[in-house]
Write a protein that binds this ligand. Structure first.
Ligand code: DC
Length: 225
């Protein structure tokens, strides 16, 4: 295993971060942490408990009291447990996806989840994926990558993922939703989506996931970027 580096992978929705982060973690023998799944788990809990999504205090308390565990298999397949319950599939429900940006914009929720994520990265040997990993969660990460792709390609990717899970797909609507979510994620006051100054930006439009994984693994195994 090359070093025990911390690797931050950020970027907008649907750019292929998850596939790339998972693949890089597998190749490097590192832990893979999908931080979006934690925001999704809190959102699911809020919806299930009918918490008003404008009530920041209630949402922060919910995040603070929720026990979220991310368990990975040898192939880096992730199981998300929320208070001991397997919510891996439920957190991908379009209803959760449609509300998660609002929950992720709540400062108290971000504070709780970012602290938990920083603790997970403390030992190194981790590929952590999200929106604010390089800027806020692990500002001193050894490697920071910011992955982008055209909105069209990102919508097409999300469509394929949703179709696989059996959800009906409207590509136009999906592209609009992705742009709305990017806009919300980039314009929130606390830790908005943006590349860290020292992040390497990879535009993977037209690249296969494997090509992006190989690029990242090469940079990491060759030493500090
Ligand atoms: O990567 P994803 O689509 O599962 O992320 C779900 C939402 O959570 C997305 O709207 C952005 C937000 N998020 C965030 O604000 N910060 C992170 N580190 C990870 C995700």
């Amino acid at each position: 295993m090359p070093g025990k580096y911390t690797i931050a992978i950020d970027g907008p929705a649907g750019a292929g971060k998850s596939t790339v982060a998972r693949g890089a973690a597998l190749a490097l023998g590192y832990r893979y942490v999908d931080t979006g799944s934690m925001y999704r788990a809190v959102t699911l809990l809020a919806l299930e408990r009918n918490v008003d999504l404008n009530d920041h205090l209630a949402l922060s308390e919910l995040a603070n009291n929720a026990k979220i565990d991310i368990i990975e298999s040898d192939e880096k397949k992730i199981t998300v447990l929320l208070n001991g319950r397997d919510v891996t599939e439920k957190i991908r429900d379009p209803l959760v996806t449609g509300n998660v940006s609002r929950v992720a914009s709540v400062p108290g929720v971000r504070k709780v989840l970012a602290a938990a994520q920083s603790a997970m990265a403390a030992e190194g040997g981790v590929v952590m994926e999200g929106r604010d990993i390089g800027t806020a969660v692990i500002p001193d990460a050894d490697f920071k990558f910011y992955i982008v792709a055209s909105a069209r390609e990102r919508a097409a990717r999300r469509a394929r993922d949703l179709e696989k899970m059996g959800y009906p797909v409207d590509l136009e609507k999906l592209a609009e939703e992705i742009e709305t979510r990017d806009c919300l994620d980039s314009s929130r006051e606390v830790n908005p989506l943006r590349p860290a100054e020292d992040a390497e930006i990879i535009d993977c439009t037209g690249m296969t996931a494997q090509e992006v994984i190989d690029l990242i693994v090469k940079k990491v195994t060759e030493g500090r970027a």
